[in-house]
Design a protein around this ligand. Structure first.
Ligand SMILES: Cc1ncc(COP(=O)(O)O)c(C=O)c1O
Length: 448
């Protein structure tokens, strides 16, 4: 009998007892290959000795000092590291404890920036359907994940959603990538014009969409167009790289591959690799200057922001990634993973799309490849795959609602950056067996 309100009240979860490298072990000694890093978190795997040593050293020195009274050396060093590698124009860091907190802070920063600049009428937030920005009320309002939003709709602040850039589902047959990029980006400009450009605060997007749609990269040029639309109307661009950032796609920041910089950028999961809860907002010099020359502060704060233990973990994680040149491994093993998935699933009647970047891959399941019709949501194919995978000692991150929050199933893969080719082969084979077992156990598949 548990006294924890778990995410699901039943069935009972296995009890995680230890972790080493790419594996987690439950208290019965059963091993689970962590092919999703939990939810794209554990970028260095588990039990990394350098991170553990850094945490020991930090706790011996200083566990906590409230940021209303002190800064700490470790927080300053982490901020220096993050800004040294930041996209152009981002000059300061606001340290929080996770992705949702980062989104809340970014939305308030955007609002305060325009207040400091004497534009109080700017209040509208535009985001995209089929996105996830966190579960706190502001972040949930920004997100476009319908099943998560629905129960709390009366509590959510007003936000506006445009279509995502989702080539497999939204690009028309015969439409070129550049025509599609232009069409998808145009919907932002139309929305800004509809709301009145002087009333719009910010546009929020995941550079590569994560859990909601399954590792969906933008088509070429989409974000360059988005950046110039935002600039044309003085709207801030907030990129949410909580899941896709900090190396996951093969470059430290996913937006590097788009050739743009945001005004505000959110990072979290891979920042601390799960060794401590930590997230951050990276902000532009222009936003920092508006605060510095204006009210002199950002009107926000949390008890645990800039926590020295969290900063020590993140600094150690980031130093190991750099020292061991792990982003090269992300690119190499990411290509291998894509290739293995294509070999296994290219001809599969129920795999519609294999996508992603680096070690961030999505496999979308369909009832019918020709029409892209999904399986009936009631069958919960994604949950069946997760069950079958866990039974085979494999952790992957499947989700339903890929298309519109209700229909569609995908599996997200996000193995640690330390993965090797032989382990990728095992992951791909076990995933293939799990998908097969889940499909075979389903009632006769009929398109919904
Ligand atoms: C893109 C994105 N943004 C924000 C969040 C929220 O982060 P957290 O769960 O740390 O609050 C997540 C979590 O999955 C995410 O994937």
């Amino acid at each position: 009998m548990t006294h924890i309100l778990h995410r699901q009240i039943s069935p009972a979860l296995p009890v995680a007892a230890s972790g080493r490298g790419i594996e987690l072990f439950d208290r019965n000694g059963r091993a689970y290959l962590d092919a999703s890093g939990g939810a794209a978190v554990s970028c260095l795997g588990h039990g990394h000795p350098d991170v553990i040593a850094a945490l020991h050293a930090q706790v011996d020195q200083l566990a906590y000092a409230h940021t209303g009274f002190f800064t700490s050396e470790v927080a300053e060093r982490l901020a220096d590291r993050l800004i040294a590698d930041a996209p152009k124009g981002l000059t300061h860091v606001y340290l929080v404890s996770g992705g949702s907190e980062a989104m809340e802070a970014a939305l308030k920063m955007a609002r305060q920036y325009f207040l400091e600049r004497g534009q109080p009428e700017r209040r509208h937030i535009i985001a995209r359907r089929q996105s996830y920005h966190g579960n706190t009320l502001g972040a949930l309002a920004a997100g476009g994940n319908e099943w998560r939003r629905e129960p709390y709709r009366p509590l959510l602040i007003e936000t506006h959603h445009i279509d995502p850039c989702f080539a497999y589902r939204e690009q028309e047959p015969g439409e070129s990538d550049s025509a599609y990029a232009a069409r998808a980006a145009r919907s932002l400009e139309e929305k800004i014009l509809e709301l009145g450009p002087k009333n719009v605060l910010a546009f929020v997007a995941e550079t590569v969409v994560g859990a909601t749609a399954g590792a969906v990269p933008p088509v070429a040029d989409y974000f360059r167009r988005i950046r110039s639309i935002c600039d044309r109307h003085g709207v801030l661009l907030i990129l949410d790289e909580v899941m896709c950032g900090m190396g996951r796609t093969g470059t430290l920041h996913a937006c590097e591959q788009e050739g743009i910089s945001p005004d505000l950028m959110l990072i979290a999961k891979g920042l601390g690799g799960g060794y401590q809860p930590i997230g951050a907002v990276l902000l532009s010099g222009a936003i920092f200057d508006a605060f510095a020359r204006g009210s002199g502060s950002f009107q926000h704060g949390h008890t645990y922001m800039g926590h020295p233990m969290a900063c020590a973990a993140a600094l150690a994680v980031q130093e190991v990634i750099r020292r061991d040149n792990l982003l090269a491994n992300v690119r190499k093993q990411g290509a291998h993973l894509q290739q293995r998935l294509r070999e296994l699933f290219r001809e599969h009647p129920h795999v519609g799309d294999i996508r992603g970047r680096g070690l961030f891959c999505g496999v979308e399941l369909v009832a019918d490849r020709a029409t892209k019709a999904p399986f009936p949501p009631g069958l919960r194919l994604h949950a069946r795959i997760k069950r079958e995978a866990m039974a085979r000692g494999l952790m992957v991150y499947p989700m339903g609602g890929t298309i519109d929050g209700t229909r569609g199933d995908h599996v997200l893969l996000a193995p640690p950056f330390i993965v090797d080719a032989a382990t990728i082969d095992i992951i791909a084979t076990r995933l293939s067996e799990s998908v097969e077992a889940a499909l075979n156990a389903m009632p006769v598949p009929t398109p919904s």
